[in-house]
Design a protein around this ligand. Structure first.
Ligand code: ZN
Ligand code: ZN
Length: 322
């Protein structure tokens, strides 16, 4: 009589089992959120500079917020993750640096997590869904919201970069920016201070550092959290949707097109979301295309077909999401 083989738990191939690697990612994510807040507290408590924003610092805050959003939405998301358009090495470098200035982690880890999010979409091993995490379903709606908003950054395992981002691991521009994440991110945090110093002296420097550096970075973290949480909880789904992503028109305006989440999950590789009139980043890309800065934009062929496409037909499984 043969002895039955003991049950062995399956090791998920898409996440790292290394405790050291996982801890260091959680620490890096925590530092990315804490650093701007800590610097803001130091600036507000230990300097004579006025807390209130100057006109110049407001302009810089808007500028750096928009640039950071573009780096994330157009760069990290539509280009590096989904290859929705092509650009030059210089274009990649600019998008990579601007995205890194948002302090949301190095390009390779951000993209690996996002591709894993599409691969598992609201099932176990989706890193930042309000409905499930690496351990399975999340039943509590409030806990799910917090997990998707920011909790996942300190909890879920590192996505397997060899599986999810083999293209980026071979890209010297991406790897250079990713490897120098902290140098690039801190430069982005301090850059408004340098511009303030050049424009109006020491007080303007500190005011710009506070508003366009720290507060802008804190706001970007919150907006990214909203894109990961609220647009999976509230809004309408595209016909045939197989996951919980939603189109939320109010947030679409605020997130410059990134709130058309259900449409994006059905058509992940397109440069322009539908309805097109709400996709500000899509129009920015068309404008950049006219200037010759980007090319090869992936466009929907026939809206009727695309809106009802099944995810399998739209090529959204596995590496096809890129
Ligand atoms: Zn999504
Ligand atoms: Zn995506």
């Amino acid at each position: 009589m043969t002895t039955p083989t003991p049950f062995k738990p399956t090791i998920n191939p898409h996440i790292s089992q290394s405790a050291t690697l996982n801890r260091s990612k959680h620490l890096s994510n925590a530092m990315s959120m804490v650093l701007p807040a800590l610097l803001a507290v130091v600036l507000m408590t230990s300097t004579q500079a006025p807390w209130g924003p100057s006109v110049f610092s407001i302009l810089l805050t808007v500028l750096f917020f928009v640039l950071g959003s573009m780096g994330l939405g157009i760069g990290f998301h539509r280009h590096f993750t989904h290859h929705a358009f092509k650009t030059s090495a210089a274009g990649k470098a600019v998008l990579g640096v601007l995205g890194t200035w948002s302090l949301q982690g190095p390009i390779v880890s951000w993209v690996a997590d996002h591709r894993r999010h599409h691969r598992f979409a609201d099932q176990q091993y989706d890193p930042h869904s309000p409905w499930a995490d690496d351990n399975g379903k999340i039943d509590n709606r409030l806990a799910g919201w917090f997990h998707a908003h920011m909790g996942w950054k300190f909890k879920v395992a590192v996505s397997d970069e060899n599986r999810y981002v083999p293209d980026l691991l071979k890209d010297p521009v991406v790897m250079f920016i990713s490897r120098h994440y902290w140098a690039v991110a801190i430069a982005g945090l301090l850059a408004p201070g340098v511009l303030g110093l050049l424009y109006g002296g020491w007080d303007e420097c500190l005011t710009c550092l506070l508003w366009a550096g720290c507060i802008r970075a804190i706001l970007l973290h919150q907006f990214e959290g909203v894109a990961n949480s609220i647009t999976l909880l509230f809004g309408s789904k595209v016909d045939g949707s197989q996951d919980e992503s939603r189109n939320n028109l109010w947030l679409t305006v605020v997130l410059m097109g990134e709130g058309l989440h259900s449409y994006h999950h059905q058509n992940a590789t397109l440069a322009m979301n539908e309805p097109a009139r709400f996709d500000a980043f899509g129009h920015v890309l068309v404008f950049f295309e006219h200037l010759g800065m980007v090319w090869g934009l992936r466009r929907a062929k026939k809206p009727q077909e695309v809106l009802t496409a099944h995810p399998a037909q739209a090529g959204l499984q596995g590496t096809a999401t890129i």
